[in-house]
Design a protein around this ligand. Structure first.
Ligand SMILES: O=C(CO)COP(=O)(O)O
Ligand SMILES: O=C[C@H](O)COP(=O)(O)O
Ligand SMILES: [Zn+2]
Ligand SMILES: [Zn+2]
Length: 309
């Protein structure tokens, strides 16, 4: 089985009202945990690599590990660049065999974002690679932010329609109130579902992407803290909101923080309970198992992508 693009995965997910998990990978244990879970759940899968991950593990190691995962699992897997910030990194990944890239031009003015995205789309499509772009600012929106500030940060539906039309991009990451990391909301979690519905109406059949979609399950924060961690006040996107988003055109759900928390909790537990242990396999192994359980939970209970191969 080869690396594949997300085109068919997204079509099926859109029609079925479920979403595909896009999980960030940084090393062998993380990749193995995720792929094992997807295999057991018979789920489509996107593995995504950030610039930071490429710097940490080196591009060739990550690519070869993902190739090994494809060969070993027999799964169709999408290899995706997460948050590519310029044309060069997108080109590098496309030339390197990635099947999907994100060009994140969201920090640029609208017209510049369009020009940059279009350039990546032209290069990628010529090589059979698909492209995700982003419109709107993902930074966490606090309760005391007023309506016009929120309007400026969240994705404008009319602009989204124009953006997709003019760039020919394959999927679009939108800002409706999520943010990266473990501290997403100060008060009650809230996402702008009305905005999401408007975007979906204006862009029927365009797969939407939700970044910053970790739930930050209290159980795992508590485990980290119990075993010597210090992560106070962490809060993520409730699982029901992810389910709701998947019904409204969101086909790709990005998850990194929840994997980090699961792995960290498991490793902390070994360190606390077995202080004389110093074989890395004895803590990286449980870390890998924790990743697998977390991904299995997401696929089965939140994203709805089990048995969708
Ligand atoms: O959006 C993400 C990667 O692009 C990850 O989001 P989380 O920090 O919520 O896991
Ligand atoms: O969107 C960000 C992802 O969580 C990746 O994070 P990173 O840049 O620390 O690798
Ligand atoms: Zn962004
Ligand atoms: Zn992201």
């Amino acid at each position: 089985m080869p690396l594949v693009t997300s085109t068919k995965m997204f079509q099926d997910a859109y029609a079925g009202g479920y979403a595909i998990g896009a999980f960030n990978v940084n090393n062998m244990e993380i990749i193995q945990g995720i792929v094992d879970a997807a295999k057991e759940e018979k789920s489509p899968l996107i593995l995504q690599v950030s610039a930071g991950a490429r710097k940490y593990a080196s591009p060739i190691y990550l690519r070869k590990l993902v190739e090994a995962a494809v060969e070993d699992s027999g799964l169709n897997i999408v290899l995706h660049l997460d948050h590519g910030e310029d044309f060069e990194i997108c080109k590098m990944c496309i030339d390197d065999g990635f099947t999907s890239v994100m060009i994140d031009g969201s920090k640029h003015p609208f017209e510049e974002n369009i020009a940059l995205t279009k350039k990546v789309v032209e290069y990628a499509h010529a090589k059979g690679v698909v492209v995700e772009a982003e419109l709107g600012k993902l930074a966490g929106i606090e309760d005391d932010v007023n309506v016009s500030e929120k309007d400026a940060a969240f994705t404008d539906p009319d602009q989204a329609a124009e953006f997709v039309e003019r760039t020919g991009v394959d999927s679009l990451a939108i800002a409706i109130g999520t943010s990266h990391g473990a501290y997403k909301f100060k008060g009650e979690p809230r996402l702008d579902f009305q905005r999401l519905e408007t975007i979906t109406k204006l862009l029927p059949n365009t797969p939407l992407v939700l970044h910053g979609a970790s739930t930050v399950l209290p159980e795992f924060v508590e485990l980290c803290n119990k075993y010597g961690g210090n992560i106070p006040g962490a809060q993520g996107v409730p699982e029901d909101m992810i389910r709701q988003a998947a019904q409204l055109g969101v086909c790709k759900v990005n998850i990194d923080t929840d994997l980090r928390l699961a792995m960290t909790a498991a490793i902390r537990k070994v360190f606390m309970e077995s202080p004389s242990e110093f074989d890395p396999r004895k803590y990286l192994g449980p870390g890998r198992t924790a990743i697998k359980k977390m991904v299995q939970h997401k696929i089965r209970n939140v994203l709805g992508s089990s048995n969708r191969l």
